[in-house]
Design a protein around this ligand. Structure first.
Ligand code: B12
Length: 470
């Protein structure tokens, strides 16, 4: 049986796309390796990385003639997913079409109402898709597969949720052999080596409950981690076989379990000297021991979700983030001490935001003075509590909502769903002025230029500046 897995495109203007991470899609690569282990022929079509038109993509899909086709779903890509599914159904009435990923997992009935797919895999996909594929071959009842939402006689049904979360060490490594590494890159402002890049996952899930994030729902609400030995073996394999020089850990927070993170660092230092990588960190996990181990193991950049400079908004009324501002200060200080370039992300428009709290965020960013700071506007993420609140308040129609990207400098006030007392236009004006204030400080500009290592990085800095100041 032939199975096709499609990563949908995301419509981004070129200047914005130039600043995005375009990384191997681990979700589909994990699904693919599990399916290949069961003997199926699998192809991956990554339309996020390969810029084909929808017509070209449709032709490519038709050429492969899959028996089963799976589409990953993201809020901002749903129009494209629906269009591809409709075309495929028209061209191949007999193909079994399944949707998966966070969007369809959270809104499966809506996803099935908008396109002629047969089913949605809800949640973690490996075991469910493997059972579903066996069923497509044998022709059994979909009701027998847990973790599904499916269509029958014009109605939709949900089977029981998957009771058992996968043991990550039992999964085969992602099927890297199915992708062309030349299609992937980090933007030069984030890349360190200029060489080939890959994503890597050392854990799934998150133990926290932030109001703006969707991880609290369902399948990724606790950290499940992999054996550090196996993580580093996988990285060495990818580096040796595909010439990868740089990794990005896609874990929600690489530092979530500091002792395990240190073990990975020790192994990387020993087995992959010279490798570069970046990751997301949590401010309540930073320590001298961890950050020095990370730096010695090749970590060059760390991303920190600061969210706001108002301690009150970081708490229950706003982000519910369980972080204190003094922990953020200490983390940024440590990152600077160990030479990790630190990128702090701030969000404007949390519930309870006022002009006053927004100004506290700007002041905090200037005080922290990280290598990069990004101010964006809160976007209700499908599956988050803020999304549920926005739906309840009638601010979002879950069928048509495509809020699929961070609302940063270029944002049009019409795209903003304000969840606080500030008007969309005020939020956009604050965000633009904060980004401008942060990046136009003469001392900052000189520091950045002095730190640039290549012409490509200078060009990328210019592109970033054009984006911010336009
Ligand atoms: C990598 C990543 C991306 C990549 C994805 C492509 C890639 N190269 O992998 C890119 C850059 C495209 C991306 C974009 C965005 N992302 Co993102 N991303 C992630 C990240 C860091 C890792 C995803 C991952 O690999 N997880 C591990 C795999 C194993 O899990 P998974 O992806 O959920 O896949 C499993 C199941 O969902 C399911 N599944 C997934 N796809 C499919 C398909 C089929 C057919 C089936 C059967 C099953 C299935 O099976 C998989 C294996 O178990 C997560 C955070 C995290 N650590 O999870 C955020 C995260 C998913 N992203 C998030 C957000 C907010 C965004 C953006 C809106 C941000 C933006 N840039 O503006 C956009 C949305 C894009 C859009 N088109 O709308 C949010 C939530 C999104 C949501 N609720 O939909 C997350 C949780 C981060 C966060 N904490 O806020 N992202």
């Amino acid at each position: 049986m032939k199975i096709l897995l499609v990563h949908p495109p995301q419509r981004l203007e070129p200047s914005r796309r130039a600043l995005e991470n375009i990384m191997p899609p681990l979700s589909l690569l994990y699904l693919a390796s599990t399916l290949r282990r069961s003997g199926y022929e699998v192809k991956i079509l990554d339309l996020y990385a390969e810029p084909l038109s929808l017509r070209e993509a449709g032709e490519e899909i038709a050429r492969f003639r899959p028996d089963l086709a799976g589409f990953a779903t993201y809020p901002g890509s749903m129009d494209e997913v629906y269009a591809l599914v409709k075309d495929l159904r028209a061209a191949s009435p007999g193909v079994f079409i399944v949707l998966g990923g966070l969007y369809a997992s959270y809104l499966p009935e809506i996803a099935l109402s908008q396109c002629p797919a047969d089913a949605v895999v809800m949640g973690e996909g490996e075991a469910t898709l493997r059972e579903l594929a066996a069923l497509v071959v044998s022709g059994g009842e979909l009701a027998a597969v847990s973790g599904l939402c499916y269509r029958k006689h014009g109605a939709t049904f949900r089977t029981a949720p998957r009771a058992v979360r996968l043991k990550l060490d039992s999964l085969p490594w992602p099927a890297y052999e199915l992708i062309n590494f030349d299609a992937y890159r980090l933007p030069p402002t984030r890349a360190v080596t200029g060489g080939r890049v890959s994503s890597i996952l050392s854990a799934r899930g998150c133990n926290f409950n932030c109001s703006f994030c969707s991880h609290h729902f369902g399948y990724f609400c606790h950290v499940r981690s992999r054996d550090p030995e196996d993580v580093v073996k996988e990285m060495k394999h990818v580096a040796d076989k595909y010439g990868v020089k740089e990794f990005r850990f896609e874990d929600c927070a690489f530092t979530a379990e500091p002792e395990r993170a240190k073990k990975i660092c020790a192994l990387l230092k020993e087995r992959l000297p010279g490798i570069a990588w970046n990751c997301d960190v949590r401010a309540d996990t930073a320590s001298d021991g961890l950050f020095s181990a990370m730096r010695e193991a090749g970590c060059r950049r760390a991303f920190l979700g600061v969210e706001t400079g108002s301690q009150q908004l970081l708490g229950e009324v706003g982000a519910n983030k369980a972080i204190r501002l003094d922990q953020v200060r200490a983390t940024v200080r440590l990152a600077k001490k160990y030479g990790l370039r630190i990128n702090c992300s701030f969000v404007l428009g949390l519930p309870g935001e006022t002009r006053g709290t927004a100004l506290e965020s700007l002041a905090f960013a200037l005080e922290l003075d990280p290598d990069y700071a990004m101010f964006s506007i809160l976007m209700p993420v499908v599956g988050s509590r803020i999304f549920e609140q926005a739906v309840k308040e009638g601010k979002i129609d879950p069928v048509t909502y495509r809020g699929g990207h961070y609302l940063s400098t270029y944002a049009d006030p019409a795209e903003v769903v304000s969840m606080c007392g500030l008007q969309p236009a005020e939020l956009v004006e604050l965000m633009r002025s904060f980004n401008t204030k942060f990046y136009s400080r003469p001392g900052y500009v000189l520091r950045r230029l002095a730190a640039a290592r290549s012409l490509a990085e200078l060009k990328s800095l210019a592109a970033g500046a054009a984006h911010i100041f336009r």
